[in-house]
Design a protein around this ligand. Structure first.
Ligand code: ADP
Ligand code: ZN
Length: 609
């Protein structure tokens, strides 16, 4: 197998121009090369696509890639072609003649990677025809879409379970950037990957600085302020409604910022044009609903601002994850308020979901607000949420840089933890709070005699809810979904013990009250919003010239600029200034085909100094 892995590394270098595997890539690829299936959870920008693209090039036959969106497929196909890899997609946008052409090439064995939507692949005539091809592997991208416990359930993903019996000998790989333990379980069951090895990478995104701040008054003026503080950068502003995307975009445009709105209510052609504009502009700001999402592979997005909060930590991670995919510094900023949370809860309640599903969704909302309003490192909180252990504070989120002066709630926490312990983890949050307040209806003799019954007079029910949420969030308490009637139990015993012993503090964030929010340290806030100085490449003018060359080249070929070279590659070229093709080939992202195609032009741009 090591010989195969060597070959894989060779392809990584020669075809894609990267010096070595990153993170868990080698492990995942090794598994597929051994002919076994796998589940891989890798962070955005972690190089998930290499995990199936490279094995497809090493193994005989064509690699099938199931992907939820046409935009996503087009980008990947284009990027592969730029690197000289024969790739194609079969989607509803193709004409009959184009489809025939793709099939002919497939049957002649000329295509190494084929992208399809789940419904496209499972359509009877396509499935039959695919079954006659020699398959290298089947990759299911964005695999979390299969889980109704996830945040982006797509029923058509459920049909993909049948791939197991349709293609018994073919290794299958499920990949996603966001899946908590429960979603991972669902992926395994639904896609029949029970025996497959699981690779879960660290969710660390060291290039991403996560910030959140409570809304004070109109979010629009704060958004404007934030965007203005980030000039000449591509960004996404997420807003909760179609109307607010339009008004926000207009407001930004009126200030001279290249901004456009994007939402599902726009005409299809307008959406397409705006998406193309965003992808091709280096400095565009898109103000969008979450309809603008999964297909966006633009690597050089420098900020994601949530004018309204996301719907869950998974959604947050995915949305904010669209910033900094190229690995250069980027920021996420969420504006949130208590009314946003209430609204989110109400919306779930109104959707007529099965009780169990609604409960899960509501828990996800609570956990999100626990993070937003929590005092601890935001990056660490996300990572713990996804099941990572031994996580250190990131050092660059707002909480790390400006630790808030919280209120100590350790005593209350001890009471709550000990109540949960005495109640034996048999009750949910509401019942626990009744217990603490001594208000349990028809209280049993047993419960009324527990030493924790009614010891929580210092807080109101709402106060306890906040504290219990915080404890859940810190993992001191855990919620067992219990089929939609969540039960609260004790979390990690060592940490709980540390709280009992007062070795660990539990802090609640309490915003200092002031009569008018605007006067609240507006200046420090603005300063905090300024981009770090090291965001700019060292040799800005060379970088700019390389970028304009890239823009022209992209326009000529009608492809997005980043499929030609990533910003990071251009930045490295700008700072290292290679004097020859050999030296240029050493730079990450410059593979053999790209060297051949663009090497001379790049050297020429460098020579213009
Ligand atoms: P995602 O996991 O978000 O799908 P991609 O597969 O799009 O990530 O990869 C993100 C970026 O990282 C791409 O520009 C890709 O070329 C780059 N990349 C992938 N693997 C490596 C590697 N081993 N070394 C350096 N860059 C890599
Ligand atoms: Zn942090």
């Amino acid at each position: 197998m090591t010989a195969d892995l060597d070959l894989a590394r060779d392809i990584l270098r020669r075809t894609f121009g990267h010096p070595d595997f990153r993170g868990l890539q080698a492990e995942v690829i090794g598994e597929i090369l051994a002919g076994r299936s796998a589940v891989a959870v890798l962070p955005t920008g972690g190089g998930k696509s290499m995990c199936y693209q490279i094995p497809a090039l090493v193994r005989p036959g064509v690699g099938l890639v199931v992907s939820p969106l046409i935009a996503l497929m087009s980008d990947q196909v284009e990027a592969l072609r730029q690197s000289g890899v024969p790739a194609a997609k079969l989607d509803s946008a193709l004409t009959l003649a184009e489809r025939d052409d793709v099939w002919r090439q497939l049957e002649r064995g000329e295509i190494k990677l084929l992208y399809l939507s789940p419904e496209g692949l499972m359509a009877p005539h396509t499935a039959d025809r695919v079954a006659r091809l020699d398959l290298a592997l089947i990759a299911v991208d964005e695999a979390h879409c299969v889980s109704q416990w996830g945040h982006d359930f797509r029923p058509e993903y459920r049909t993909l379970g049948r791939l197991a019996e349709m293609f018994p000998g073919v290794p299958r790989l499920a990949v996603t950037a966001t899946a908590d333990a429960r979603t991972r379980e669902d992926i395994r069951r639904e896609l029949r990957l029970e025996g497959a090895a699981e690779f879960v990478a660290s969710f660390a995104r060291p290039e991403l600085a996560l910030n959140a701040e409570p809304k004070h008054g109109a979010a629009a003026s704060r958004v404007l302020q934030l965007v203005k503080a980030r000039p000449r950068r591509a960004g996404v502003v997420y807003a909760g409604s179609r109307d607010s995307t339009e008004t926000l975009a207009a407001k930004l445009a009126a200030e001279g910022i290249p901004a456009k709105a994007y939402h599902a209510g726009l005409d299809k052609q307008v959406r397409h044009d705006r998406l193309t504009w965003f992808i091709n502009e280096d400095e565009a700001v898109m103000v969008a609903t979450i309809a603008f999402g999964m297909g966006i592979d633009k690597p050089d997005v420098r900020f994601v601002i949530h004018a309204d909060p996301p719907s869950s930590i998974e959604a947050y991670w995915q949305e904010v994850g669209r910033a900094g995919r190229d690995g250069d510094p980027a920021e996420g900023i969420v504006l949130y308020g208590a009314s946003d949370m209430a609204w989110a809860m109400r919306r779930i309640a109104q959707r007529g979901l099965p009780e169990a599903v609604a409960q899960v969704q509501m828990r996800k909302v609570r956990q999100l607000y626990g993070l937003l309003n929590g005092v601890s490192c935001r990056a660490a909180a996300v990572r713990r949420y996804f099941g990572e252990e031994g996580v250190e504070p990131c050092g660059q989120c707002d909480r790390c840089r400006n630790p808030p002066i919280g209120v100590d709630a350790t005593e209350g926490a001890q009471k709550a933890l000990s109540a949960v312990q005495r109640l034996g983890g048999r009750f949910g949050r509401g019942r626990l709070i009744d217990h603490l307040l001594g208000k349990t209806k028809e209280v049993s003799e047993f419960e009324a005699h527990l030493s924790t019954y009614g010891i929580g007079g210092e807080y109101s029910a709402a106060g306890w809810r906040d504290l219990v949420d915080q404890l859940l969030f810190e993992g001191l308490l855990v919620e067992d979904p219990n089929d939609g009637r969540p039960l609260i139990g004790l979390g990690d015993p060592a940490t709980v013990k540390a709280v009992y012993r007062k070795e660990r503090q539990v802090t609640l964030l309490k915003e200092p009250e002031t009569p008018d929010g605007a006067a609240r340290g507006g200046r420090t806030r603005r300063r905090r919003g300024e981009p770090p100085a090291d965001m700019l490449p060292h040799d800005a003018s060379t970088f700019d010239r390389l970028r304009s060359w890239r823009r022209e080249e992209a326009a000529r070929q009608h492809v997005p600029p980043y499929v030609i070279f990533a910003d990071r590659t251009l930045a490295e070229i700008a700072s290292r200034k290679p004097g020859s093709l050999d030296a240029l080939a050493q730079i990450s992202g410059v593979g053999a085909v790209k060297l051949d195609r663009y090497g001379a032009a790049v050297l020429e741009v460098l020579g213009e100094e």
